[in-house]
Design a protein around this ligand. Structure first.
Ligand code: NAP
Length: 282
């Protein structure tokens, strides 16, 4: 008997990149399971896409036990078939000067962006192995290659995602699971709106002026941001191409990011300081 449908599980499909990834897999005829944190998001997606899209209420910061329950539920719904693609997309990006950033924010970033991937992967490996040849895609970031001030905790989480991607790629390949990291640069999503709250939060720090200017920087980056559909296409390619690359850098000028990665720290520091100095005399 032939396999009825290919299946994908995507975390964080309420908005942004996750929503666009859901859409592209749905349009290609896949059965899509997507996690949301609010039931109204699930209802909205269900009525927009109808059958073949199955919203699941889930928070990736929940315990490992909850992740195992999610996968048990999915195993039942897949009726003996394996899971073809798992996309770890859910993420948060609170910024802030690291020396002042709230511990709760840093924990939230690590729990969501890093431990969420660890727990869901641990729970999902048996179901991924059950598919003929499966994929796991980690939505990383250009911040997993280059660190910018006021995004230290977020960048640390994405560097951790990159380390996970390398370890999982080698460990899971012998089990028939290919692992791919997708590294978007600035992409139009709600994440920018959330990032804007940074100035108000750190009014009583030495970075007040710089953070005010940072808002301008965020607006500039946002105006150059790629559409989410662009990233979603790359994710679909990574999930379906016969020989996907291990990493996809999704930015408008990939050569510039690669070149900046080769710069010595002293040069990178001079460039960053020049930008910061425009805001404040040091
Ligand atoms: N936008 C960019 O410029 C950019 C660049 C590089 C990488 N990325 C990465 O792309 C991914 C998606 O971000 P986005 O830009 O599309 O932002 P977004 O629109 O804010 O989407 C984030 C998604 O993650 C979900 N989420 C957050 N915390 C969660 C949790 N604890 N459990 C389950 N789901 C949770 C959100 O759900 P709620 O709606 O319930 O909050 C939302 O669906 C993230 O991993 C981000 O780091 C984004």
């Amino acid at each position: 008997m032939s396999k009825p449908l290919f299946s994908v599980l995507i975390t964080g499909v309420s908005s942004g990149i996750g929503y666009a990834v859901l859409k592209v897999f749905h349009e290609a005829g896949w059965q899509v399971f997507g996690t949301v944190r609010k039931s109204e998001d699930g209802t909205r997606l269900q009525s927009e896409f109808g059958e073949r899209v199955h919203p699941i209420l889930f928070d990736v910061t929940d315990s490992l036990q909850h992740h195992e329950e999610l996968i048990r539920d999915l195993t039942g719904r897949l009726n003996g078939e394996g899971l073809d693609v798992l996309v770890h997309n859910a993420g948060v990006a609170q910024g802030g000067p690291l020396g002042w950033q709230e511990e709760s924010d840093v924990r939230q970033i690590m729990e969501t962006n890093v431990l969420g991937i660890y727990k869901l992967t641990r729970a999902a490996i048996p179901l991924l192995r059950q598919a003929q040849s499966s994929r796991m895609i980690l939505i990383s970031s250009v911040s997993g290659r280059l660190v910018t001030p006021f995004l230290g905790a977020y960048a640390a989480s994405k560097f951790a995602v990159e380390a996970f991607a390398d370890a999982y790629r080698n460990e899971l390949a012998p089990l028939g699971i290919r692992v791919v990291s997708v590294q978007p640069g600035p992409t139009s999503s709600a994440i920018w709106v959330k990032a804007r709250a940074i100035k108000e939060k750190y009014l009583d720090t030495p970075y007040q002026d710089i953070l005010a200017r940072q808002e301008q920087f965020i607006s500039n980056a946002e105006s150059r941001a790629l559409p989410v559909e662009h990233v979603a296409k790359v994710v679909y390619h990574a999930g379906t191409h016969a020989r996907p690359r291990s990493r996809y850098l999704v930015v408008s000028k990939p050569w510039l990011v690669r070149l900046a990665g080769l710069f010595p720290d002293s040069l990178k520091d001079r460039m960053v300081m020049a930008r910061l100095r425009k805001a404040k005399k040091w």
